[in-house]
Ligand binder design. Structure first.
Ligand SMILES: Cc1cc2nc3c(=O)[nH]c(=O)nc-3n(C[C@H](O)[C@H](O)[C@H](O)COP(=O)(O)O)c2cc1C
Ligand code: SF4
Ligand code: SF4
Length: 402
């Protein structure tokens, strides 16, 4: 049955392929429908986002980044209290969007942003639930995402119970999320790492029904990419990783630990071309490998999805701790891998380390043994990685511990 499913999916995949591959000016592969990333009514043409910067990222500014898969506008202040707090912030030279008519402002911004041609989110702050509900209805009507700002740490805001104060009051954050989700809006929650217990925070956000966690992986000593992995390993949330993405290496650090998307704020001011550059790079990775955010191997610090690349669990190595984490015995893991691979194109593997590509490494790890089997069986790198991705989903679907 698996064989039939794979053949069908590969045939449609190769058909799509012909429409996807074209060359841009820099000789890189650019895309039509290369990525298939969707959450409810929101879909993203690629996994690169512009993050919000109050007083800066309005529709006019964002229109310069139309190639991004997501543009987060705002943060907008939705009520009198937060607009007054923002006004006080401007007295100490912080930039803010201030208005007496917040709902009219977000309506008009969303209307203007429609012409940009990509998915839009609005990052918002409010002192009570009601303005969030009103904004959620406006966002949904415009096909946009609502993003609760639980990230702001300016004292004028936190003293109102706004921004970071929401992270420190999880029952309130959870209540806001579940009430806002009832509007049907696609909902993101912007948070900062290392302020509260990150896993408790992420699980609250997931349990209350939000769709996306947009996490600023800030750490007193730099960027905490490990927080992305911890959230990936413990929730099924769509993760937008953020903080100090200044080049493709920093973006890859987040993708390979489980970020579904990465966002950029300060770097776009210094180097406005960074969004187009990241879009080109990640599109090339997707075109060449079929799994743009594939994990590093478990022993290289990858998240649990990397069990798909693990060897048989017979020697002492990091796989045992990973299996403990998912509550699987070594034999159960072996059975899952072999059972899944049976009848698929990765079942074969004569001449590879363990006789089947079920146990083989990520395609970016050079290996002539695996590559000669791929060549012999006429399996492309992309097809190999798509099966590995499905294998990883299969393993994690059968995990016994979260
Ligand atoms: C000037 C400025 C204003 C910001 N305003 C907001 C905001 O309104 N809402 C929000 O969630 N994050 C805000 N942020 C945080 C950014 O979205 C981002 O999380 C942070 O700058 C780290 O990402 P970066 O390293 O790519 O800049 C702001 C950041 C800056 C520099
Ligand atoms: S099983 Fe292989 S790939 Fe997995 S952690 Fe151990 S050595 Fe690394
Ligand atoms: S044959 Fe190559 S790809 Fe396969 S497990 Fe051995 S080293 Fe990894």
């Amino acid at each position: 049955m698996y064989l039939a499913l794979f053949i069908a999916s590969f045939l449609s995949y190769s058909d799509n392929w012909k429409h996807i591959l074209t060359q841009n000016e820099r000789g890189l592969i650019v895309t039509g429908n290369l990525f298939d990333i969707k959450i409810g009514y929101a879909s993203f043409k690629n996994p690169i986002a512009l993050a919000s910067m109050a007083g800066i990222t309005d529709s006019a500014f964002a229109s310069g980044f139309a190639n991004a898969g997501l543009l987060v506008l705002g943060g907008y202040n939705l009520d009198r209290e937060t607009n007054e707090a923002a006004r006080k912030e401007t007295e100490r030279n912080r930039s803010e969007f201030i208005t007496d008519t917040p709902m009219e402002l977000i309506k008009s911004e969303l209307e203007k942003a429609k012409d940009i041609g990509t998915t839009i989110a609005i990052n918002v702050r409010a002192a009570t639930l009601e303005p969030f509900l009103e904004a959620a209805n406006i966002a949904k009507e415009a096909g946009a995402i609502l993003e609760i700002n639980a990230h702001c740490r300016q004292p004028e805001m936190t003293s109102l119970g706004v921004g970071e104060a929401l992270m420190k009051n999880l029952p309130r954050l959870g209540e806001y999320i579940s009430r806002i989700k009832k509007t049907g809006v696609v909902l993101s929650v912007k948070v900062r790492a290392n302020v509260v217990d990150d896993l408790e925070l992420a699980k609250t956000i997931e349990g209350a029904g939000a769709d996306i966690i947009h996490i600023d992986a800030m750490h007193p000593q730099g960027v905490d990419v490990g927080v992305i992995k911890r959230i990936r390993n413990s929730t099924r949330l769509f993760i937008i990783g953020n903080n100090s993405i200044v080049d493709f290496d920093s973006a890859k650090e987040m993708f390979s630990r489980g970020a579904d998307m990465v966002s950029v704020a300060r770097a776009v001011i210094k180097e406005p071309g960074i969004i187009d550059y990241l879009v080109d790079e990640i599109s090339s990775v997707q075109a060449l490998t079929g799994w743009y955010n594939a994990p590093k191997h478990i022993c290289g610090g990858g998240d649990l999805r990397a069990l798909a690349f693990c060897c048989p669990p017979v020697k002492p190595c990091a796989v045992h701790a990973a299996l403990k984490q998912v509550g699987l015995m070594p034999q159960e893991f072996t059975n899952l891998k072999l059972g899944f691979s049976r009848g698929t194109a990765i079942e074969s593997g004569e001449g590879t380390c363990f006789g089947s590509m079920a146990w083989c490494c990520k395609i970016t790890k050079p290996c002539f043994l695996r590559d000669s089997v791929l060549e012999r069986t006429k399996l492309s790198d992309v097809e190999y990685m798509i099966i590995k991705k499905k294998l990883s989903e299969h393993i994690l679907k059968h995990r016994k511990k979260c």
